[in-house]
Design a protein around this ligand. Structure first.
Ligand code: FAD
Length: 383
């Protein structure tokens, strides 16, 4: 068993770490408070090869293996989940789907624009009545001559207002459940698509763009279909398999950020004449957090390694997503407590980690959905 990262993986890790420390982290608090994504970071991520991380070089990508891309997500997650979130959706869900399922024409048209950051992508699956039960989507795709008409609405779409390209999942016949779902590539100049910001103030990921998108007589040519008719659900799930790994890696980053913050605070803060870190209960908290994060990291790297080896990875990815997000949520909760009143305000970043991690537990399959995937693989369905 070899736990060493390759030289190339180490290079990417240190590139991502420097970028996260020097360029992302210093902006995170202001971005969170104003709700404005630092747009220049998109260009920087393209220059560094992160935006097209896993995509083939012929389309402008960096052809990173899954371990390398997980390292990038971990480092960005440590600095700012809004930035990591944009990247996961754009690269793993959107570009990854086009690379895996697209025709040569679709790949040539879209991938270079996506890897260079000229266009941003979004992934439109969730609807008001279809979240975890994604096979129940109600957006319809009606064949009309050489085109399809899309009608319905999507909610909580990350990058939805920024994006110039949307992958939209719609059903040609709801009675067919998942077998009726098709995927379409919809460009932002389509008159039948209306986008607006999600109402309310988000708990976390406040610098992210979350959109409510309505499709009304949204006409797309038949050539805009991604994959074959009825393959949409398979495409959606393939994307989530990839994306979940990035989310799990991002959670490791949040957990590590909490651990680093707690170690520093335990050394600095004094009460009862001693450092907080000299009290055994505080030591136990920090030790448990460290063990949790180390375990989460191993699960993530192992799942990525399985992907790189071309081995079945669904179970490992779900374990990693479940454990890493739950471990980071525990870490963030403890970190706020350890910081006391200071942890309760945006003056220190642990408050942001505590809010952001809830999003990672929810999207790309909430924790219970990961448990369902794991149990199904272990127990199987009744024949
Ligand atoms: C920050 C953020 C960004 C997002 N970005 C995107 C995006 O880019 N694109 C997109 O399509 N969607 C996106 N989403 C939506 C997200 O994927 C959904 O919110 C998620 O799939 C859960 O769906 P739901 O919110 O409708 O919850 P529900 O499906 O209503 O579930 C609610 C709770 O019940 C549990 N539950 C559901 N079914 C079961 C069951 N059978 N057994 C046990 N427990 C169950 C769930 O685990 C969950 O905790 C985003 C959400 C957030 C918060």
């Amino acid at each position: 068993m070899d736990f060493e990262l390759s030289l190339e993986q180490q290079r990417i890790q240190s590139l991502a770490r420097d970028f996260a420390n020097d360029e992302v982290a210093p902006l995170a608090r202001a971005a969170d408070e104003t709700g404005e994504f630092p747009m220049h970071l998109i260009g920087r991520m393209a220059e560094l090869g992160f935006l097209g991380g896993p995509i083939a070089r012929e389309y402008g990508g960096a052809a990173m293996d899954a371990v390398s891309f997980a390292l990038v997500c971990e480092e960005l997650g440590r600095a700012d989940s809004s930035v990591r979130g944009l990247l996961t959706v754009h690269a793993s869900l959107v570009s990854g789907c086009i690379e895996q399922w697209g025709t040569v024409e679709q790949k040539e048209r879209y991938l270079p624009k996506l890897t260079s950051g000229e266009w941003i992508g979004c992934y439109c699956l969730t609807e008001p009545e279809a979240g975890s039960d994604a096979a129940n989507i109600q957006t319809t795709a009606t064949a009309d001559g050489e085109s399809y008409l899309l009608d319905g609405e999507k909610i909580w779409i990350t990058n939805g207002n920024l994006a110039r390209l949307a992958i939209v999942f719609a059903t040609r016949d709801r009675a067919e459940r998942h077998k009726g779902i098709c995927a379409f590539l919809v460009e932002n100049d389509n008159q039948g698509m209306r986008r607006e910001k999600m109402p309310g103030v988000e708990l976390g990921h406040r610098a992210s763009d979350h959109a409510h998108i309505t499709f009304e007589n949204c006409r797309v040519p038949a050539s805009a279909m991604l994959g074959e008719p009825g393959e949409g659900f398979k495409i959606a799930m393939s994307a989530l398999d990839r994306g979940r790994l990035g989310v799990a890696a991002g959670a490791v980053g949040i957990g590590q950020a909490c651990l680093d913050a707690c170690v520093q605070w335990a050394r600095e803060r004094r009460q009862f004449g001693r450092r907080l870190g000299d009290f055994q209960m505080v030591q136990a908290t920090i030790a448990n957090m460290a063990a949790d994060i180390a375990a989460a990291r191993l699960l993530v790297y192992h799942a990525a390694w399985l992907v790189d080896a071309g081995r079945p990875a669904t179970q490992a990815v779900s374990s990693a997503k479940l454990f890493a997000t739950e471990a980071a949520a525990r870490a963030a909760s403890e970190a706020v407590l350890l910081y006391g009143n200071r942890g309760y305000s945006s003056e220190y970043p642990v408050e942001r980690y505590y809010r952001d991690i809830k999003g990672l537990q929810i999207y790309e399959g909430a924790s219970n959905i990961q448990r369902i995937i794991l149990a199904r693989e272990l127990i199987g369905r009744e024949q």
